[in-house]
Design a protein. Structure first.
Length: 569
């Protein structure tokens, strides 16, 4: 009998992409399914048109309008996540990146409900592996603005690996089965606006991220820009008296859309014709695949260099070869990707559901989180587990009984629930984190407590000394690594947050101990505490994102979101 204490609430997986987004859930058979929305497609363009101060359009309708009303169409907003200063201005209102992103998320939720998926309340949202702390917090902020309970953020390569592991039907490896099978996978993820290279080890009930590299300002949109520039030059040569389309916002949007279509067509054909009409002139331009590859070779080279760096970092951790290469992200379909990986690295890439695997993996991870939550709640409610304790602390017999109850509530076999709970996801940080401290020889310098590719979860403590006797306050500056190498120069770092321990009583000598503790969970969000040991004075810092606004700004944006209604086009 299913007890009333167990209430299931599905967790949806959302791939919040730079150019396209998707939403998935777990179906009645325990498999992830993509929910198809009102447009009949499995993905939705991550584009928002602000039709008026109270009207907006999301998706293909907004994308189509981008040529007619470019000033009020917001694209590639994911590249702005965590940017403290960026705002999109439309009809006298300003929108932060999380606020714009929340409109995309709400649209996906509406599509999911339209497609029979039910109301979306709890979600897992994916982020590029190379996203830092600010970008991850901004993504959570977007989910909060959309009215969701964000159960977690998950790196896109892990989501792809989850989808891949559950999707293998040939029995050669399954991350949920025993047998000691092990496979090392390189996930090459070239999306519309971000790139990640990640080495992941799949083994018995475990996914472990070993190394990550990436650039969240590199993606298919950069290919589109190069092609658009080429088309503009060709158009101007054919029509010397006409205005350059790039000098006009509507013309620029038209060129980018034409470039994107040409790129897709050149994935299947050796050449394509592009029709450009602007300023009363018209040109039919032929673009070949070899021309496109030549003009974007430096972009491709950047992804290869990052992939090599990722493989080198994995090698430092004892991984000397990869068994399989998964190509993820729509832009990985370009033939040059597989060819260059083969020529440069001797690796054969496999296209594994590149547009949808991330959303499916997020849904699987959400299901795991939900089952864990319900099992823990059931045990705590029955007095079989202390509140706040881990499932490993539960009596095995109590745990089995709880698994039976939760499986019944989900309508799934007990073996599936057990499999979900047993799967362990280990990941690493994509960047280093530290503090600014006075160095005896170099003055103010970066002191790194957390290093890139360090395994999560992390809890590290380091002691520092006060500068002078009777020091009445301590300033703490938390920094994040910029670039691939951790530099000690303050100008090479990014300041995340600053705080002070104030009003320290007199009487403590120079060099009095100050303990600084960094804690970071699997979601990659950083928590910092500082403690003046002798004075027994603590300081807890919540690392703010560039999108975490003042309370007045938050209230304004929430009110703005409530007043803005979605309109289908």
């Amino acid at each position: 009998m299913v007890t009333a204490t167990i209430a299931t609430m599905g967790v949806f997986g959302i791939d919040l992409g730079t150019t396209n987004s998707a939403i998935a859930r777990i179906d009645a058979d325990g498999r992830p399914e993509i929910l198809i929305g009102m447009n009949g497609e499995q993905t939705v363009p991550s584009v928002v048109l602000f039709a008026s101060a109270t009207d907006h359009v999301v998706g293909e309708g907004a994308r189509r309008q981008s040529r007619l009303d470019p000033e009020h169409v917001c694209t590639l907003v994911k590249r702005r996540m965590g940017d403290a200063d960026w705002r999109f201005m439309a009809h006298g209102q300003s929108w932060s990146a999380p606020a714009v992103s929340s409109l995309i998320l709400k649209s996906l939720a509406a599509d999911a409900e339209f497609g029979g998926g039910g109301a979306v309340q709890r979600v897992v949202i994916t982020v590029p592996a190379y996203f830092g702390d600010e970008e991850r917090r901004a993504t959570i902020q977007a989910g909060t603005y959309a009215g969701f309970d964000v159960a977690g953020v998950l790196s896109e390569p892990i989501a792809a690996a989850l989808s891949y592991g559950f999707g293998r039907l040939d029995g050669s490896i399954d991350i949920g089965k025993g047998g000691g099978l092990r496979e090392t996978v390189l996930v090459y993820d070239l999306g519309g606006g971000t790139f990640d290279a990640t080495v992941i080890e799949l083994s018995d009930r475990r996914i472990a991220v070993l190394a990550v590299e990436g650039d969240h300002q590199l993606g298919g949109a950069d290919w589109d820009e190069r092609i658009a520039l080429h088309l503009s030059q060709q158009f101007c040569e054919a029509n010397p008296d006409a205005e350059d389309p790039l000098d006009d916002s509507a013309g620029s949007q038209m060129l980018v859309l034409a470039a994107e279509r040409a790129k897709r067509e050149l994935g299947e054909a050796d050449s394509t014709d592009v029709v450009i009409s602007h300023d009363g002139a018209r040109a039919v331009l032929t673009l070949t695949r070899s021309e496109m590859e030549a003009m974007t070779a430096s972009l491709m080279r950047r992804t290869i260099d990052l992939t090599k760096a990722c493989l080198a970092a994995a090698e430092q951790r004892g991984v000397h070869r990869v068994d399989r290469v998964l190509l993820v992200g729509g832009s990985s379909r370009m033939p040059m990707v597989a060819r260059e990986l083969k020529q440069e690295l001797g690796l054969t890439g496999e296209l594994r559901d590149p547009d949808l695997s991330v959303a499916r993996g997020a849904a699987l991870y959400g299901e795991k989180l939900e089952m864990e939550r319900l099992v823990i709640a059931d045990l705590v409610t029955r007095g079989r587990l202390r509140d706040g304790a881990d499932l490993h602390d539960a009596d095995p017999r109590d745990l089995e009984q709880s698994l039976d109850r939760v499986a019944a509530s989900f309508g799934q076999p007990v073996s599936l629930v057990r499999r979900m709970l047993e799967i362990q996801v280990d990941t690493v940080v994509s960047r280093g984190f530290g503090v600014l401290a006075l160095d005896t020889y170099n003055g103010l310098a970066a002191s790194w407590l957390v290093h890139r590719n360090q395994t999560l979860p992390i809890r590290v403590r380091r002691s520092y000394g006060t500068v002078r006797a009777d020091q009445d306050q301590i300033e703490l500056t938390i920094i994040e690594q910029q670039g691939q190498a951790a530099s000690t120069r303050p100008e090479d770092t990014k300041v995340l947050v600053e705080g002070r321990i104030r009003d320290i009583p007199a009487g403590y000598p120079a060099g009095s101990e100050v303990q600084v503790t960094f804690e970071m969970g699997f979601d990659g969000v950083l928590h910092v505490t500082a403690y003046h040991v002798d004075a027994r004075m603590p300081l807890a810092l919540s690392v703010q994102t560039g999108a975490t606004l003042s309370q007045a700004d938050v209230a304004r944006e929430l009110d703005q979101l409530q007043r803005t209604r979605r309109r289908a086009v």
